[in-house]
Ligand binder design. Structure first.
Ligand code: NPQ
Ligand code: MG
Length: 372
């Protein structure tokens, strides 16, 4: 049995190395809710950390940081404290009665998984069924108005070793930057991500089909499975879904509808690591390649992503980049990419990293113990 002993919320704000512009807004800092817990498991006590991927505002999806804070404080943590978990995979069962809010549920799961596996001396990667000790890195590049500046950024990331380049696009900022990058780097694995910014019939989508892209990610809205299916049938470029895939059940619907042929798995968006592992297993059964997405996580969430990406179903380089892609100073020991474009999967107990206390103090905006 896994019993929650302590819980504490921490709101942090980390400056980004450069602004990150997507079709839903510009981020200059990464503001994130963290949850610190202490659990006891068969007599052993340990501390663990979870990171909520929800943004400062509900622009990528309906969840947002302070909403997550309140839900953890008033609902999820008290529920968890009232009934011990039988196993790590059963954590999500404890919250089935709570509708929606996958990112918030995932935060509590991550913290309890980290703490429990620390108590047991087991890494998250091995507990999830990871098989690799290094993962392949890609990089997601925010929109920049100057094509020259974009080409310089792409060249810099390729020099560092990144194995896949993803460009953020939106209507009016698509064919010009994508054709320029493709012309200069004819053989690089190149993808685009619209974060739901297009409407069906947009002429740019057919034009983007001529650049040999490895995929086009989430052109339409979260709920638009049939629009994605129609587009997928009309393009040679594979369609990948991100925002639409919020659970195993939704992944089944998307695949049955032929709405995509690749899935971006994010543990937070689907409601946690256990659900993410199950989405990956579903996709493996159906022959659908998957990769691990990213949400500008600090080292805590990044460690969880890297553990997940070590599973065999993750056959494409994802959005997991080195800490230095986003932060001059990460909250944890930084994740460093080798010149071959890979990052080592942490082998230590739990997530394998924890916040550095002096850094945490410096970036903390708000901190509150949860009592029950
Ligand atoms: C994506 N990530 O694949 C996301 C989008 C994203 C690396 O492209 C705060 C909240 C910041 C949500 C930054 C990448 C975010 C965010 C990016 C989502 O669509
Ligand atoms: Mg995306």
């Amino acid at each position: 049995m896994i019993t929650l002993r302590e819980a504490e919320l921490v709101l942090v704000s980390l400056p980004l190395v450069r602004p990150f512009k997507t079709s839903f807004g510009v981020q200059e800092t990464r503001d994130a809710v963290l949850l610190r817990v202490v659990v006891s498991d068969e007599g052993a006590e340990a501390e663990g950390w979870g990171e909520c991927v929800a943004g400062r505002e509900p622009l990528y999806s309906s969840e947002w940081a302070l909403g997550a804070w309140l839900l953890l404080q008033h609902v999820l943590v008290p529920m968890a404290a009232a009934s011990p978990f039988e196993s790590l995979r059963s954590i999500r069962d404890a919250f089935v009665a709570v509708k929606g809010n996958p990112m918030t549920k995932a935060t509590l799961e991550m913290a309890v998984v980290d703490a429990t596996l620390r108590a047991r001396g087991v890494s998250v990667a091995s507990s999830l069924g990871g098989v690799r000790d290094r993962i392949e890195c890609g990089v997601s590049i925010g929109m920049v108005s100057s094509t020259g500046a974009l080409l310089d950024q792409v060249a810099g990331y390729l020099d560092e070793g990144y194995r896949r380049i993803k460009l953020k696009i939106e209507p009016g900022h698509d064919v010009v930057p994508v054709s320029a990058v493709r012309e200069r780097f004819p053989s690089v694995m190149l993808t685009v991500d619209a974060n739901a910014a297009y409407t069906p019939g947009a002429p740019a989508l057919a034009h983007l089909d001529t650049f040999g892209l490895a995929m086009i990610e989430q052109p339409f809205g979260e709920d638009a499975l049939s629009d994605h299916a129609a587009l997928a049938a009309s393009l040679a470029t594979p369609v990948c879904l991100d925002e639409s895939i919020t659970s195993v059940a939704r992944a089944v619907s998307a695949l049955d509808a032929r709405a995509c042929s690749i899935i971006n798995i994010k543990q937070g968006r689907v409601g946690g690591l256990a659900e993410a592992v199950d989405v990956a297993a579903l996709c493996a059964t159906r022959g659908i390649p998957v990769w691990c997405g990213g949400m500008l996580e600090t080292g805590i969430g990044r460690a969880a992503n890297i553990a997940l990406a070590s599973l065999p179903a993750f056959t494409l380089p994802g959005d997991t980049s080195a800490s230095s892609r986003y932060f001059h100073e990460d909250l944890t020991e930084p994740f460093v990419m080798d010149a071959d474009g890979t990052i080592a999967v942490p082998a230590g107990p739990g997530l394998g990293v924890a916040p550095i206390p002096s850094v945490l103090d410096r970036v903390t905006l708000r901190r509150e113990r949860i009592s029950w």
